[in-house]
Design a protein around this ligand. Structure first.
Ligand code: L5Q
Ligand code: ZN
Ligand code: CA
Length: 591
């Protein structure tokens, strides 16, 4: 701090100043306007009773001009009242900005306060002293405001391009990790509570407009002047300021790059108005890469957002964003957005919910060219620690909720990619086929969530093996290869026709799961041999049927028709794929 060069007025008071430019980014090292010394004076100065309040302010400033490091003519010349308000207690507050040659000094603001008796009581703020007003380059800019914005945009573009490539790299390495296979074994249990599903209005559209994916594919460099790639929260403009650097000062443009797309970013730039160099910049809001361990102790990284000095569990690089909240064991939605001070996250349930939501988003985009649940970037909101030892997860028509489990039947539900895939697929279903969540249409709804959820992880044919009975290895909530292991039917003749579980939505889904398994993996079942076509083709056929053919009242027989037609659309009328789908439905007894 340059105490002798800037004002340091502290009299009769506590050192409580909000300082300047709160927010992100370390202040620049060395002398800068971020180190203008704030002054606080609390001494009554008696001005003539007849004077107006403004006259009292000026009278006071004249009297303190020496301690401001200014002559009394400079006080008059350089300080300008930019705001005046009377608060609800009847106190008057004035705000003054310092100017040199008519150009504002960045951060050089003083507030002056009058008490109830309209006497000046205090002054708070900072100015640069006369001796520090040496501006070697002068106060005539050599570059234009447009040039300054262009320089800031070029820098932001560079940073964003780098960051997006970094994200792609992480994704690739994560995909390469070979997951430990869990064997498909016995041990059954009953799930008691019902999955939370609420009906909502439907939009049947799958338009993709993921600008970031397109932009990063072409040349790896984002052009911020391309409106198909960039959306500004505020159009950038640049204003001239005097930028204090201790002994001397220089002329800069101050501009902000404030973006919504391709990433959320707000950076303030200080650009030398003579040579266009970037003097200083800091992020007010920006994307970041968080790290942490999931519920199962696996280390991972994920996209977060830096806002001032804290980080939010918010990924703005995918669709309209992925946000992760906590319900703090209560039954609220969405609860509180999670934040962290150092971007190293210690809440495993939150880490998993956030990272796996991104994984499922990426899965839908890569595999089906679908931009989130509605095809238009639908914002993904997850709430972890929902309820007290709550033994379920769900999609509520708005977002996902994950219980912590009771630790015996289940652990934290977000720990299993199958489960995240399952819940998000309920969202996709709601925006497409919108299968009614009762009876056979409801069992189809459940089966599509299991089928696509299982494909997100693709390690086995189990659902929920990573969260079910933490103390019993190898078991699961459901098995698609052998639904009967967990009390589900695998043939239509054994279907459940009672009214529990919304007419058996989590029970009869076993029949469709089995048909999918037979098509993907092949096998002989119930006297029918089904040639396997592999998971890639099988899951595409199921996705296509869900999005283009099925309707709210579709039953198992309609699903057979839809799936055979999908297979024909994708692979031809007489394709092995279409035959496999038909044979699989023969095998499970659905005509
Ligand atoms: C279920 C969602 C999951 N829950 N199974 C009753 O039986 C009931 C609910 C569920 F993601 F946790 F799996 O599938
Ligand atoms: Zn479900
Ligand atoms: Ca799993």
């Amino acid at each position: 701090m340059q105490m002798k060069k800037t004002t340091a007025l502290i009299a009769g008071g506590t050192l409580l100043f909000g300082a300047l430019a709160s927010g992100a980014g370390a202040a620049p090292s060395g002398d800068s306007p971020f180190e203008l010394t704030p002054a606080f004076v609390a001494e009554a100065v008696n001005a003539p009773k007849s004077a107006s309040n403004e006259e009292k302010v000026w009278n006071y400033l004249q009297n303190t001009s020496k301690s401001l490091g200014l002559s009394s003519t400079d006080v008059q010349k350089q300080l300008k009242i930019i705001n005046h308000e009377k608060d609800s207690n009847g106190l008057n507050h004035y705000r003054l900005q310092q100017y040199i040659d008519g150009i504002p000094v960045y951060g050089a603001v003083q507030t002056v306060h009058l008490d109830k008796n309209e006497q000046v009581t205090s002054l708070l703020g900072a100015t640069i002293t006369k001796s520090s007003q040496n501006i070697p380059g002068g106060t005539n800019p050599k570059i234009s405001a447009t040039d300054a914005v262009y320089i800031a945009e070029a820098d932001a573009s560079e940073r964003i391009s780098k960051e997006l490539k970094l994200i792609d790299k992480e994704k690739a390495s994560e995909d390469a990790v070979v997951k430990e296979a869990v064997s498909d074994e016995v041990t059954s249990d009953e799930v008691v509570s019902k999955e939370a599903i609420t009906k909502d209005t439907v939009t049947n559209d799958a338009v993709t407009n993921d600008v970031y994916a397109e932009a990063s594919e072409t040349d790896g460099k984002i052009s911020l002047s391309d409106p198909s790639v960039t959306e500004y929260a505020a159009k950038p403009s640049a204003e001239l300021y005097i930028y204090s650097e201790g002994d001397s000062a220089r002329l800069v443009y101050v501009t902000e790059i404030n973006l919504l797309e391709p990433v959320l970013l707000r950076t303030r730039y200080f650009i030398d108005a003579l040579d266009g160099s970037i003097v200083f910049q800091y992020d007010i809001l920006s994307m970041a890469t968080g790290t942490g361990k999931g519920v199962l102790g696996d280390s991972k990284s994920f996209t977060t957002t830096q806002s001032g000095s804290t980080y939010q569990l918010r990924d703005n690089t995918r669709g309209n964003g992925i946000l992760t909240y906590t319900a703090n064991k209560r039954t609220v939605f969405p609860g509180t957005l999670l934040t962290d001070s150092d971007n190293v996250w210690t809440d495993g349930a939150a880490v998993d919910a956030h990272a796996y939501a991104a994984k499922v988003y990426d899965y839908y985009l890569a595999k089906f060219n679908r931009n989130s649940l509605d095809g238009r970037g639908f914002q993904l909101r997850s709430t972890v620690h929902y309820g007290n030892a709550y033994n379920n997860a769900g999609w509520n028509g708005v977002g996902m909720i994950y219980g912590d489990g009771d630790g015996v039947t289940f652990r934290e539900f977000s720990a299993d990619p199958d489960v995240i895939g399952h819940e998000l697929t309920h969202g996709v279903t709601e925006f497409t086929a919108n299968l009614n969540y009762v009876n056979e249409s409801g069992a189809l709804n459940e089966a599509f969530s299991d089928i696509i959820g299982n494909d997100v992880q693709r390690t086995n044919w189990l659902i929920g093996d990573d969260i079910y009975t933490p103390n019993i290895p190898g078991d699961a909530l459901r098995s698609m290869s052998n639904p009967t292991l967990y009390n589900q039917p695998d043939h239509y003749r054994n279907r459940y026709t009672g009214s529990a579980d919304n007419g058996g939505v989590h029970i009869n889904s076993g029949i469709i799961n089995k048909a999918y398994y037979l098509t993907a993996a092949g096998g002989t079942f119930s006297g029918v041999t089904v040639p396997g076509i592999g998971r890639d083709d099988a899951v595409k056929i199921y996705y296509n049927a869900l999005v283009y053919y099925l309707t709210p009242t579709s039953n198992f027989s309609a699903a057979r028709t839809a799936l055979v037609q999908s297979a024909r659309d994708l692979y031809g009328a007489n394709s092995a794929q279409a035959r496999s789908v038909s044979l699989a439905f023969d095998a499970v007894g659905v005509n």
